[in-house]
Design a protein around this ligand. Structure first.
Ligand code: CA
Ligand code: CA
Length: 308
């Protein structure tokens, strides 16, 4: 019987194979044909009794891959992902009659199944930690229709996302580590005010030729599109409305991501942001460089640095 030979090639797990085209239930044990019953309520009960009577009880459990009419569904194995981080896995159907229709149940919150005629993708950004038993069902285009399914476990782990705030000590309240800075930039310096807490970074403000720097090196995980946030207060004695005599340049690994000057002076701290998405997967040194000319001081005051 060529049909059964075909089945023997695709079944590696014990269980019941429903062959709707042939109208029989085939019981396979250890990959070998063990019994055949009619497709009916009576036949199914007989098949179950047959399996229950086998000495090894586990043979009554169907395997992770079901087969009907030669339709098989790939099993991707158990999956894992983190809350807040995108993940995806592909499920493929073979045999039967394409195109196929896929549905899923038991997906982790935040995940969906999408499919084309030959395969499906379970993907999303998990919103909840836990262990989720996922079942993917597939129907083919035969008449009568064949169905198959596969099950796997999705383990979602919580905790802080690796895409969270990558800046350490962004408010400068916990000493100076891991910041790099030129002399007298960091601390509770008389003459300016912190935005929060008691510490901040103060670049320049001398009214003479002078350069101050502030740096921190961060590691941006692959796939994490981050934005750099910081609060900047620019105070200047410069009165020109056209000349950038004193400047602040912000760089990421030497690439300029923001520039300011005495022309941007304004009362109070203002939130500034810069796109770091191009640096995903890299170790990035962020540098604020303040440069003054020979007269009329400009202060660049920074507090509450973060990434989001
Ligand atoms: Ca602070
Ligand atoms: Ca100046």
């Amino acid at each position: 019987m060529p049909v059964i030979e075909d089945l023997g090639a695709v079944i590696s797990n014990e269980g019941i194979c429903r062959m709707s085209l042939r109208r029989v239930l085939v019981v396979v044990v250890s990959g070998l044909l063990a019994a055949v019953f009619a497709v009916s309520a009576t036949g199914a009960a007989q098949a179950q009794s047959f399996l229950d009577a086998l000495p090894n009880a586990q043979t009554t459990t169907a395997g992770p891959v079901s087969v009907e009419g030669g339709l098989t569904v790939s099993n991707p194995g158990n999956q894992s992902a983190r809350v807040g981080v995108g993940a995806s896995v592909r499920i493929t159907a073979t045999g039967g009659t394409a195109p196929y229709t896929f549905t899923a149940s038991g997906l982790p919150p935040g995940f969906v199944i999408s499919s084309n005629s030959s395969h499906a993708v379970v993907s999303g950004v998990a919103s909840q930690a836990g262990t989720f038993a996922v079942t993917v069902n597939v129907r083919d285009s035969a008449s009568p229709q064949n169905t198959g399914s596969t099950t796997f476990t999705y383990i979602i782990t919580g905790g802080p996302s690796p895409c969270g705030d990558l800046i350490d000590n962004g408010g400068f309240e916990y000493g100076t580590s891991p910041w790099g800075w030129t002399s007298t930039v960091l601390g509770n310096i008389s003459g300016q005010k912190p935005r929060t807490g008691s510490q901040y970074a103060w670049l320049d403000g001398y009214g003479e030729v002078h350069t101050d720097t502030l740096t921190q090196t961060i590691r941006i995980p692959a796939g994490c599109k981050r934005t750099l946030n910081y609060y900047l207060y620019i105070e200047s004695a410069e009165t020109t409305t056209t000349a950038q005599n004193d400047t602040l340049t912000v760089t990421a690994n030497g690439t300029t991501i923001a520039t300011f000057s005495n022309l941007n002076k304004a009362p109070g701290y203002a939130l500034r942001t810069a796109d770091l998405s191009a640096f995903a997967g890299q170790t990035v040194t962020l540098t604020w460089t303040g440069t003054e000319n020979a007269s009329l001081p400009t202060s660049f005051v920074i507090d509450d640095v973060s990434t989001s």
